[in-house]
Design a protein. Structure first.
Length: 109
């Protein structure tokens, strides 16, 4: 099991967990959920107290990954299997992303 903290503009919004390569879970942080001024991280993940489950990395997070030759280069340089989308997200989406969302490894993991 691997867990990433999800941030929106530096504010912790939730947790993204890979239970295995066929089971992913996203949950909103309680404080973030309670703050009515904070929007959902994605239209496909509306703010809710329920857990979102998926058999694959949620498309919103998958689309944060680079594509094509850049992705192949990142996989090779970082020594991450090309099918380990969660690992690549963890390694590349901590600081410089397109948009307001970043992720980082969870100390709880």
């Amino acid at each position: 099991m691997r867990t990433l903290e999800v941030y929106r503009n530096g504010v912790k919004a939730g947790l993204l967990t890979e239970l295995n390569r066929r089971h992913y879970v996203f949950t909103y942080d309680d404080r973030y959920f309670s703050d009515t001024s904070m929007p959902s991280v994605s239209l496909t993940l509306p703010k809710s107290q329920k857990e979102y489950h998926s058999e694959y990395l949620f498309p919103f997070f998958y689309n944060m990954l680079s594509e094509g030759v850049n992705r192949k280069l990142q996989n090779r340089l970082l020594r991450i299997d090309e099918n380990d989308h969660f690992g690549l997200l963890s390694a590349t989406a901590q600081y410089d992303t397109i948009g307001a969302i970043t992720v980082k490894s969870s100390p709880e993991a």
